[in-house]
Design a protein around this ligand. Sequence first.
Ligand code: HEC
Ligand code: HEC
Ligand code: HEC
Ligand code: HEC
Ligand code: HEC
Ligand code: HEC
Length: 439
Amino acid sequence: MKKVGNHNSTSRKMFFSLALMLTFSLTSIAQVAVPAPAAEVPVATQGGDPVKGKELFNSNCAACHKLDAKSTGPALRGISGKHDMPWLYKWIHNSADLIKSGDAAAVKVFEANNKVPMTAFPALSEGDIDNIIAYTSEPKAEAPAAAVGGTVAGAPQEGGISNAVILGALALVMAMLVVMLFLVNNVLRKVAKANGIEVAPKEPTMPIWKAFAKNQFLVLVTTIFLMLAGAYFVYGFLMQVGVDQDYEPIQPIHYSHKIHAGDNEINCKYCHSAARVSKNAGIPSLNVCMNCHKNIAEVAESTATPEYSKAFYDEQIQKLYTAVGWDKSTQSYTGKSQPVKWVRIHNLPDFVYFNHSQHVTVAGIECQTCHGPVETYEIQKQFAPLTMGWCINCHRKTEVKMKGNEYYDKIHEELSKKYGVDKLTAAQMGGLECGKCHY
Ligand code: HEC
Ligand code: HEC
Ligand code: HEC
Ligand code: HEC
Ligand code: HEC
Ligand code: HEC
């Protein structure tokens, strides 16, 4: 009897600690889902106007800051309790200067945020900043519109707790439940034994899956777990929608970059000449094709592959002739032409500004960096994801070519002084500013 009692108390302890852990993990999940209530927000020291402040905040800061959640920059509600006003003036006017001056608080904030530079706002007066700080000092309940900033600042990779963490926590809870059941079962058996109750002996060779299938609770738990995991992957899949990486449409004429840019080494810019000087790289007009194809009516025997025969390729060239109205037997134009409707592959949304000449001529980036090994593509496709993260990542890590570019000499000198470095990335030149890429 005594023995059983002992067992009981240990298992009771375990039970309690498990229950504690359970409640703890559940509340921690709940806490992330519902933002913690803003505790005691300090009142602005300078008595600025929160209404004007909100306007200023939304137009200047909301791109990177939210009031109650981390965005590109930290949450700003109650910031006046963390720093005094003179520090805030200096920081907002030019945070990089303050960091460089070695100010301990500034360096700490900078490093805590992965050294993402904040825009300088030399044009904001101290009165303006007072207003903004007054707005950030409003208690949460009175500022339900705090979410305004949220819609703009949706830099997708940030914000909120990741699903993986939630799933992990759930898996842990499930695992604990299983362990708990096991323990309870053990204790019950021992109690039964001590009381002299017959427990049917364990069937010796019950396969584990059978035991599993018999245990309805386990089956239920597993089903729930699998459903959650499934939902997670479906969600992940849906997040890919709208990203057209590897898009490879069938074109009206089977035009092979491999044969032209690869085997025949025709320079990309011979056909996409606009890439050097303008926003768009452009698709060449059929006249450009005819510079060569007046004389090339068919491909060499050796060009054919098991997949594409010579006849197939010759037919494609004939399509070109039909489109421009070229009669190869008389070697003259018939005057009957029809445009070729190439299917557009790369297509950024209208609200994004991308300029080829900026990247190809000014930055000297190879076409292949963004478009992949085009000279090996039998069929053209989209190589890069063309997401915002893709642009930003490259701006963070690519150094700007300064050498032999007079335009940069002066600005380079100033900026490298500002950042205290020799080489500058596109990001430090302002390549992370929303307005550079968004109209
Ligand atoms: C381009 C994005 C960006 C914009 C726009 C921006 N910030 Fe920041 N801010 C940051 C980042 C990033 C940090 C974190 C420090 C760092 O890495 O430099 C920060 C830090 C701060 C801090 C210090 C926070 C702390 O926890 O100590 C304050 C205060 C601040 N910003 C105020 C403002 C105000 C006010 C505006 C609008 C006038 C503004 N910021 C606009 C990105 C931005
Ligand atoms: C002989 C002319 C020619 C040359 C040389 C050429 N292209 Fe093209 N390119 C075309 C034509 C025609 C299309 C449209 C048909 C297609 O998509 O396959 C095209 C399409 C493309 C597209 C996809 C456009 C879209 O719709 O988004 C990219 C990217 C591209 N070319 C890159 C290159 C690169 C990089 C090179 C050099 C390695 C190159 N091209 C060389 C003629 C050429
Ligand atoms: C600089 C010269 C040149 C230009 C410009 C050129 N081609 Fe070609 N093209 C060639 C050569 C060379 C071949 C391959 C001949 C061979 O393999 O024997 C070829 C082959 C082809 C073929 C058959 C193989 C394939 O890719 O399917 C087609 C179709 C074709 N060209 C279409 C075009 C079109 C459309 C344009 C304009 C956008 C164009 N070419 C511009 C030189 C050129
Ligand atoms: C920094 C990355 C980058 C580089 C380098 C680059 N492109 Fe592009 N390219 C893009 C993006 C992004 C688009 C989509 C543009 C859009 O939808 O407005 C694009 C679109 C195109 C298109 C489709 C037509 C158009 O103008 O929108 C062609 C053709 C093209 N690129 C060819 C080239 C060639 C040829 C080179 C090299 C001379 C080159 N690109 C270099 C990123 C790049
Ligand atoms: C392969 C690297 C790379 C990729 C990918 C890239 N960029 Fe850039 N981008 C650069 C570099 C380097 C510069 C700096 C050019 C310079 O001014 O010397 C730059 C400059 C710019 C500028 C001018 C910034 C300024 O300060 O004036 C804009 C706008 C821009 N990129 C937009 C985009 C967009 C939009 C995308 C994605 C669709 C993109 N870039 C993808 C490397 C890249
Ligand atoms: C280097 C260029 C670049 C910069 C800088 C940039 N963006 Fe973007 N942004 C893009 C591109 C490209 C897309 C389109 C992505 C797509 O279609 O998947 C985009 C899309 C977006 C979207 C729409 C997201 C969606 O899922 O449709 C928002 C919102 C946005 N950006 C906000 C911002 C804000 C806020 C900033 C400043 C902190 C910013 N962007 C800076 C290139 C940039």
